[in-house]
Design a protein around this ligand. Structure first.
Ligand SMILES: [Zn+2]
Ligand SMILES: [Zn+2]
Length: 358
């Protein structure tokens, strides 16, 4: 206990270097631990595709694919018919223009008193028949488009219903995947904690056990690093509302530890001053408790002045070996050592005969 009072201090550059190296060591410990924890975290988790395969029937998927292909086909055919209609419209317009032109020519020749030629009549006939044919074809394309539109509508309905079915299957597999994911995460978290918590406890034990050792920075580095890793694992894996309790409990624990330490170290100087007072009191032959003179041995007849006892005549040659209790306050000031049996000062830490710490 007493050696902690007079711990020799190293020169400050050396202390600074030790502090810096300890910090670096802590960082490297953290680095090493995170490598190891990452390896644990790389363990394979649940496979979504496999789960989906188990839940969604193959024939349903095939059916959905077929329907999608059919829909594409129908839409292509509708587009083709619309293109055909565009062409037909163009040829109807051409025929119409030709008819007007021919009719104009015929009127002119009739007005001129002539008769429409056979060529004109034939051209007229041709243009008319082209027009009617195009119109018929346009109509039939219209009918085809109507049929195709019906077909498309039906396919879309089938797709909607099969999509609804598939969505149910997918929801089920998503739920199962989420469950599997959660339990996998929990497993990983437990593995990580099983790995790092014992290290934390070991480091804490070393810090406590090796108090006062010059190699303490190693233990502190390990303690800080493992503590940080435990904290990170909990932060990553525990639900936030649960974590807040863990965090506040840990904060209370750390604060409590610091407070205990502060109280203890503030109590320690009091012990030191107490010891100093006892030492001085024994030196001055006065009771450390009540300051009454210790009337013992050669000092039994001494005269007590302000500067201490004044002896009559001869100096004290014999050593006193009897027990002594302060007659003023009743404090046992000299008593037998529990170890060697010699009489020694009870209020000082070591036996003056055998040196045993009391
Ligand atoms: Zn006393
Ligand atoms: Zn002793």
């Amino acid at each position: 206990m007493t050696d902690t009072f007079k711990k020799p201090n190293a020169p400050w550059p050396l202390r600074l270097a030790i502090g810096f190296l300890s910090l670096l060591l802590t960082l490297f410990f953290i680095w090493l631990l995170s490598f190891m924890l990452n390896d644990i975290g790389d363990l394979p988790g649940p496979d979504y595709n496999a789960i989906q395969k188990r839940h969604v029937p193959e024939e349903k998927l095939n059916e959905a694919n077929d329907l999608a292909t059919q829909l594409v086909g129908v839409e292509k055919r509708i587009k083709r018919q619309e293109e055909i209609q565009g062409t037909l419209q163009q040829s109807m317009r051409n025929a119409e223009t030709a008819l007007t032109k021919i009719a104009d020519l015929q009127r002119l020749s009739i007005e001129g008193g002539g008769k429409p030629s056979e060529v004109d009549r034939q051209a007229m006939e041709n243009a008319r028949s082209r027009f009617y044919t195009a119109q018929d074809e346009y109509e039939s394309a219209n009918e085809t488009i109507t049929t195709l539109n019906d077909e498309r509508h039906q396919i879309k309905q089938s797709i909607a219903s099969i999509d609804a079915e598939l969505r149910q299957f997918k929801n089920k597999s998503q739920a199962e995947y989420n469950d599997a994911r959660r339990s996998h995460d929990l497993k990983i978290a437990s593995l990580k904690l099983v790995f790092v918590v014992p290290l934390l406890l070991l480091a804490a034990w070393l810090v406590k056990k090796k108090r006062g050792s010059i190699y303490q920075p190693f233990n502190w580095a390990a303690l800080v690093a493992t503590f940080w890793m435990v904290w990170l694992v909990m932060w990553d894996y525990f639900p936030r509302d649960f974590f807040k309790y863990v965090a506040i409990l840990a904060a209370i624990g750390i604060l409590g530890a610091f407070l205990t330490w502060a109280i203890r170290s503030s109590a320690r100087p009091r012990k030191a001053t107490l010891l100093k007072r006892h030492r001085e009191a024994y030196q001055n032959h006065r009771c450390p408790a009540c300051d009454f003179p210790i009337l013992r041995g050669a000092f039994q007849q001494a005269v007590w002045t302000k500067r201490g006892p004044k002896l009559h005549g001869e100096a004290p040659s014999q050593t006193e070996s009897s027990r002594y209790t302060c007659p003023s306050c009743g404090e046992a000031l000299f008593d037998q050592c529990g170890d060697c049996g010699e009489v020694t000062q009870t209020l000082l830490p070591y036996c003056s005969a055998c040196g045993r710490e009391s």
